[in-house]
Design a protein around this ligand. Sequence first.
Ligand code: AMP
Length: 308
Amino acid sequence: MQSMSLVVVGSVAYDAIETPYGKRERTLGGSCTYIALSAGYFVKTSIVAVIGEDFAVKDRELLASKGVDLEGLEQVPGKTFFWSGVYSADMNDRNTLRTDLNVFAGFQPKLPASYTHEPYLFLGNIQPALQSDVYRQMRRVQFVGGDTMNYWIAQTRDELLETIREWDFLLINDSEARMLVQENNLRRAAEKVLDLGPHTLVIKRGEHGAMLFRRDTLFMVPGYLLEDVFDPTGAGDCFAGGFVGYLAERGFDLKKGHVDLEELHRAVIYGSVMGSFCCEQFGVERFQTLTRKEIDQRFEEFRRFTAF
Ligand code: AMP
């Protein structure tokens, strides 16, 4: 694995989740957590986030045991970000019951000096202002991309548009893409998103797969057909981790216009693979045992299932 690292910002959270297969009252979650765990199979990851005094030592240890660099994880008085959601019977829809920003409300990240010269940056789902703040502190990024969600599109639209203008790529799900540019037709929505700044757009469609849009390519993959889906929480973030982790592993420099479409397509497949593993168990549990070998095997399976 290369020594350069991927810097990830996003939420580190406690989640309450209910799916048709069960529920958890309080389990480790957050966009940053999932992205870092997933990307960590491809590249060293360093996180920027804040936690409250209620954050459990075992959760910090889990991240550390997976090689995540925690120097940029600040602990302050107050409570950790809390989110709760309930899934529909087919798990394609979810209802957010609570989003308590808690310590994230006043967070002003100060990047450790060791992070500011890293080449890869992924701005996970969190306040857009915070995403910008981290980007401004980075000195020599080779690519920057990010994610967002309906909550921020509704609450902080202008700030979000300002933030994504400088990104190389944006990953969002289909309903968020439609909401962002107020266009129901997905193909037209994608065109409009590409007018907002990012030259590469990945639209995630849950169990229906994902699409990559650029002015010079359109690439589509189906979802991996899992026998059991226990909990889709974090699947989008794990997709992002696989996508960006693979690009970092391959040493992409998008700022120099170094784009290899086939590699971008492979990154989408790795994203799909990581999203699928995430759903196999509750919360982050699948990452306790997942190996790179299993990841590469599923990547090859994707190739066989879709080649013609
Ligand atoms: P995903 O299923 O990939 O959309 O990610 C779910 C994770 O995002 C959960 O672990 C939540 O803690 C986190 N999350 C939910 N809402 C927000 C939000 N508004 N900002 C940041 N993170 C969030």
